[in-house]
Design a protein around this ligand. Structure first.
Ligand SMILES: *Cc1c(COP(=O)(O)O)cnc(C)c1O
Length: 416
């Protein structure tokens, strides 16, 4: 069956919860063992003191280690990406930072696509730097040969431990070839040290892109965005093989940054409508992009559907291979600069002026002064993050109402 058919029931047994059709919120810190031997055996597994017996599952111990609301949610998330295991965190940042801390040590080198999410960028360039982990950034559009040369010229090629990318890139939807990054990973991997490739797939929900299929080792999400989808919860997730996720969950246990049962329950509720929400959001985004493409006050539209039409041959190939939809993020350049962009943003009525994305309601923001305020000027220039850029996250509203709102907002900009 398809994942969307299983989101209401997978991994949950009503008979264990008084027949309740929905998984209750297991708001409990600890779980009662049937006897002392059972407790001993659970701990042996939890702390890796022995291998699991055939068919044995880790019993419930303590909610920092495991909780039904997290385990069932994690099992359901695995279905979308066809991953062996998932770990849910209390935020996207805690998922990303835990992975980076687990798989790198002082002296290692991290390669990452620029710009990455602001919080990730800060973690790399402040915390990891303090831990003596070096980093190198590359831009969407850089070729494999250029990136390999960049790594070799840094003198740290033998220390490359991890490649972390975001595609399509925020806010302009530039695409990065995951398979190319997997080739770079293989180029620098040695028998005794495999380079890991992680992909932050937040922009594509877990619906429209499946990085593990293209050679990524780990896929990361801010579940705050499409997975949560209602702008009412902060959460994160990481998925991958049993081997890698065992390590990720190990560090999560000791950092204690797992999601709580209430967050787990909210996300399970969100997963039931994930597919229908995202389908509707993508359909609406197409209407909005079509409208923007013809508006006289719009100079450029950054949308995967436009890349499909006007992109380079290389971009079109990547698009075709990696994405099953053009997504629901649309950015555009308004004619003018900050004044016009701000007048436009201040005039929106239905669409709310806020950062974040992926929720049921449409949002608009100004990357240069908001989400990307901290990005260095060189990257901003390379990524077309200018004063005239406006980013939209398209929600589930009626598309005619969205377009009417955009239209009245353009009209209220002084020079229209
Ligand atoms: C929001 C976001 C994050 C951070 O997630 P939080 O849930 O806010 O911690 C990471 N990556 C991307 C691409 C994001 O959009």
């Amino acid at each position: 069956m398809k994942p969307e058919s299983l989101m209401m029931s997978y991994g949950y047994k009503p008979s264990l919860s008084e027949g309740a059709i929905k998984c209750p919120i297991f708001q409990t810190s600890t779980f009662v063992f049937n006897n002392a031997m059972e407790g001993k055996r659970f701990f042996e597994i939890a702390y890796g003191l022995r291998e699991k017996d055939e068919g044995e599952e880790l019993g419930l111990i303590y909610s920092r280690l495991n909780n039904p609301d997290l385990e069932i949610l994690e099992n359901r998330l695995c279905l979308w990406d066809e991953a062996e295991q998932c770990a849910v965190f209390e935020s996207g940042m805690s998922a990303i930072s835990t992975v980076m801390m687990e798989f790198m040590v002082p002296g290692d080198l991290l390669l990452y696509s620029r710009p990455v999410y602001g919080g990730t960028d800060h973690f790399i360039n402040h915390f990891l730097k303090k831990m003596k982990i070096n980093s190198l950034g590359f831009l969407a559009g850089d070729t494999k040969e250029e990136i390999i040369k960049l790594i070799e010229d840094s003198g740290h090629g033998d220390k490359l431990a991890m490649i972390h990318i975001e595609t399509p890139a925020n806010p302009t939807n530039a695409v990065i070839d995951i398979e190319m990054c997997a080739e770079i990973k293989n180029h620098f991997s040695r028998e005794d040290k495999e380079v890991l490739l992680s992909v932050d797939n937040t922009f594509m929900g877990p619906i429209w892109q499946h990085p593990l299929k293209h050679g990524a080792d780990l896929v990361l999400y801010s579940a705050t965005k499409y997975i949560g989808g209602h702008s009412d919860v902060i959460a994160g997730a990481c998925l991958g093989s049993n081997e890698l996720m065992g390590r990720v969950k190990g560090l999560r246990t000791f950092l204690g940054n797992m999601a709580g049962p209430w967050t787990g329950w909210l996300l399970m509720r969100s997963l039931e409508t994930l597919k229908v929400r995202l389908d509707q959001q993508a359909t609406n985004a197409k209407y909005v992009a079509d409208y923007l493409n013809t508006h006289p006050m719009v100079e450029a539209v950054y949308y995967l559907g436009n890349t499909a039409k006007f992109g380079t041959e290389e971009e079109k190939k990547v698009l075709e291979r990696q994405y099953s939809s053009y997504g629901a993020m649309v950015a555009f350049d308004i004619k003018g600069g900050e004044t016009e962009a701000f007048q436009f943003l201040d005039s929106l009525k239905l669409i709310k002026l806020a950062v974040s994305l992926g929720g049921t309601e449409s949002l608009a923001e100004h990357p240069q002064t908001m989400t990307h305020a901290d990005v260095n000027p060189e990257d901003k220039k390379a990524m077309n993050i200018t004063a005239k850029l406006v980013r939209l996250s398209i929600g589930v509203e009626n598309h005619e109402d969205l377009i009417a709102d955009l239209n009245q907002s353009f009209k209220s900009v002084h020079n229209s």
